[in-house]
Write a protein that binds this ligand. Sequence first.
Ligand SMILES: NC(=O)c1ccc[n+]([C@@H]2O[C@H](COP(=O)([O-])OP(=O)(O)OC[C@H]3O[C@@H](n4cnc5c(N)ncnc54)[C@H](OP(=O)(O)O)[C@@H]3O)[C@@H](O)[C@H]2O)c1
Length: 260
Amino acid sequence: MNADLRSGSIGFVGAGALGSTLARAMQHAGHHLTSVASRTTTSAERLASSIDGCEAVTVQDVADRCGVVFLTVPDSAILDVASATQWRSGQVVIHCSGASPLSILDSANRGGALIGAFHPLQTFGGSDGSPNIMRDIAYAVEAESPLREELETLANDLGGWPIALAAEDRILYHASAIAACGLLATLVKLSADLWSDFGQGSDAGLRSLLPLVRSTLDGIERRGFPEVLTGPMVRGDVATMQSHINALAARAPAFQPIYR
Ligand SMILES: NC(=O)c1ccc[n+]([C@@H]2O[C@H](COP(=O)([O-])OP(=O)(O)OC[C@H]3O[C@@H](n4cnc5c(N)ncnc54)[C@H](OP(=O)(O)O)[C@@H]3O)[C@@H](O)[C@H]2O)c1
């Protein structure tokens, strides 16, 4: 059994948004990345060429060559990739999905591999691939000891901090992440779209609202709740709140239930 992430050679299957960034960040943190595979050779070669000593190979080659394999494919592909690959005893196989259960890697486990989940609580859609995006973030870790401790150390190596996640808490944890990221983005978009209802256009709305959003996030970090809250709700200005609701009912009814 080799759960030592520092001494083993590491491979990635999936050279997309997360895989590319995590692989580079791990190399940067002193881990030994040797092999990468992806659905297309173009993606695999792009990532491999950015890491010294790393080669683009097939998925099975990654499994054959590496002691530690990260499956950074879309959630919907993890089960198929894990099932279609031959694993060996003592190997480590890790997925990085926030919502998928660890049991999605059962086929690797049956092949003798140690399995784990390592989820960076970050969004990588617009990432330029810089390892800095992996710093100062939480990493949700689910694995049995000693792999769990290894993954916790990896979180620290990357400049973040680990949180231990129980299997039964995974979906609630992920719902919170999606709410903080996706719901927030949707709320900002809907708020910006309101500007079209008074003739300014949502682009102008977004540009004008973003400084307010940024200072609110900054206030959450520096002052926390409830101190960050300002405005008529905190002042108890019921008349102003009611005037908002009335205006929304008349001119932007779809937004009214959200505002309420
Ligand atoms: N993006 C995020 O913000 C984020 C954050 C935290 C966790 N995650 C997790 O990270 C994992 C990857 O997400 P992602 O956003 O990086 O996805 P992504 O950008 O779509 O990248 C997925 C990569 O997997 C490759 N791939 C797809 N099917 C494959 C297969 N059958 N065999 C081999 N390679 C395959 C794709 O190959 P080609 O490029 O060659 O087509 C692509 O490079 C998911 O589990 C996700 O939940 C993502």
